[in-house]
Write a new protein. Structure first.
Length: 422
């Protein structure tokens, strides 16, 4: 019998692993409901306790009393740069290279245009390579941007991407990939693929939606051209929090993107008739920020203030390894298939399993407080945010899943009814 085959054995092992957890104290910085094991921080991060008080102040004092004066007096106006600097610290960039703004999709549009504009005059470079099966928004915006500029998109999958890039050769304009796959959690080798793309004369764009806050990367040192990502996943900025965009410093001064607005102007408050781009990363801004969401994200990022990203990655690998081991020991007989890489270094901070009845099983789990999500057609997805999860949470989640499968309680008709958001 495996040493994780029963809930008691798994809990005993979990407690051993948790004793060595250097990040355990950060759990207390989050507000999580009792009776919930939250395995969806890869989709919507949990609420950091400090955010509530900060938003209360922003609403009642800065907005309610300060009114419009708060753009200056409460330092609202430079918040996109301050938030960008905090995200830069988590992604191996300099504060001058990252700014918080808009949504990931909109930022992808801006950097795709920037990459295409940077190749202007080289008409033969008309191919943008993207990943088939990536999160849909990335493919949608790439195809629409390519059409605007008379370029074509070539799709490849994670196994064929490098050969495809090499095959496109000197027709390569840009490559846009998501570092950690949203369904499977499989990771690309960011440094190697960036170098390969640049060898072929293309520009490299990374979507860090499932990376920032859980996997240390070195955007600047690895010579990444552009990157984008979400503020509401592992960065815990709250529903619809602003996204961010990174541009390597040497590319900023020449960067051209068509979503020009007054916040990207060199002198926004001179109200000039014609657009002049700001010399800095500010040229990626368009219009007024969603200020309350920006403030929420800024406060949320403080949970990372003293955190070592290598320790976050080590704990993430340990939690996901432990989840898979417990799953194998207690849930092997119920028709699940592992959809994520088994080797931790190839996997982001999530584990996905396939099951033909995955939707109903996930609903039964959620009703019992184990919150993950479902991605069509058959993926049960579990995200592991190392700042607020323990190995004990993992062992308890597996025990609940094993009970649902053993009893067959997931077969109740109510669990099969599809909700709008899965
Ligand atoms: C890889 C990836 N890119 C982008 C997004 C979302 O983009 P947006 O913030 O524009 O909704 C997601 C959302 O889950 C995602 O997984």
């Amino acid at each position: 019998m495996s040493n994780l085959a029963t809930p008691q054995l798994a809990l005993a092992r979990a407690d051993q692993l948790d004793t060595a957890d250097s990040l355990a104290a950060s759990r207390d910085k989050f507000s999580l409901p009792d009776g919930v094991i939250y395995l969806d921080g890869n989709s919507l991060g949990a609420l950091p306790k400090a955010v509530g008080a900060r938003l209360h102040r922003a609403i009642h004092e800065e907005w309610g009393v300060g009114l419009i004066r708060s753009w200056n007096d409460a330092d609202w106006y430079p918040a996109p740069q301050r938030v960008g600097a905090k995200i830069a610290a988590l992604t191996g960039a300099s504060a001058r290279e990252v700014i918080a703004c808009d949504s990931t999709t909109v930022n992808l549009f801006k950097v795709l245009c920037a990459a295409i504009n940077a190749q202007a005059g080289r008409a033969e470079r008309d191919v943008i390579v993207c990943e088939e099966g990536n999160f849909p928004t990335d493919g949608y915006i790439a195809e629409s941007t390519a059409a605007l500029y008379g370029k074509q998109v070539v799709f490849a999958n994670q196994d064929t991407i490098e050969a495809t890039i090499a095959g496109v050769g000197n027709k390569l304009c840009a490559v846009a990939l998501t570092h950690v796959h949203y369904k499977t959690g499989r990771i690309y080798d960011m440094q190697r693929i960036t170098a390969l793309v640049q060898q072929h004369g293309g520009r490299m764009i990374w979507d860090l939606a499932h990376t920032a806050g859980v996997i240390p990367v070195a955007l600047h040192a690895w010579n990444v051209d552009y990157a984008v990502g979400c503020g509401y996943k592992y960065l815990n900025g709250g529903p619809g929090a602003p996204a961010y965009v990174y541009v390597r410093e040497d590319l900023i001064a020449q960067l051209e993107q068509p979503l020009v607005g007054w916040h990207g102007h060199a002198a926004p408050f001179s109200f000039e008739q014609h657009f002049r781009a700001h010399p800095s990363i500010d040229r990626m801004l368009v219009g007024t920020a969603s200020q309350l969401s920006m403030i929420s994200l800024e406060a949320a990022l403080d949970v990372y203030a003293d955190i070592d990203m290598q320790a976050v990655r080590a704990k993430s690998m340990s939690l996901t390894d432990f989840f898979i081991d417990c799953f194998d020991a207690q849930l092997a007989d119920y028709g699940f298939g592992l959809a994520s890489p088994r080797e931790a270094h190839l996997r982001g901070s999530q584990v996905s399993f396939t099951h033909p009845q995955g939707y109903a099983i996930m609903q039964a789990l959620i009703e019992r407080g184990v919150i993950g999500d479902f991605r069509a057609p058959d993926i049960l997805r579990f995200g592991f945010a190392p700042l607020y999860l323990s190995h004990r949470d993992v062992a308890n989640a597996i025990a609940i899943a094993a009970e649902i499968m053993r009893s067959g309680s997931w077969r109740e008709a109510k669990y099969a009814q599809k909700k709008a958001v899965t």
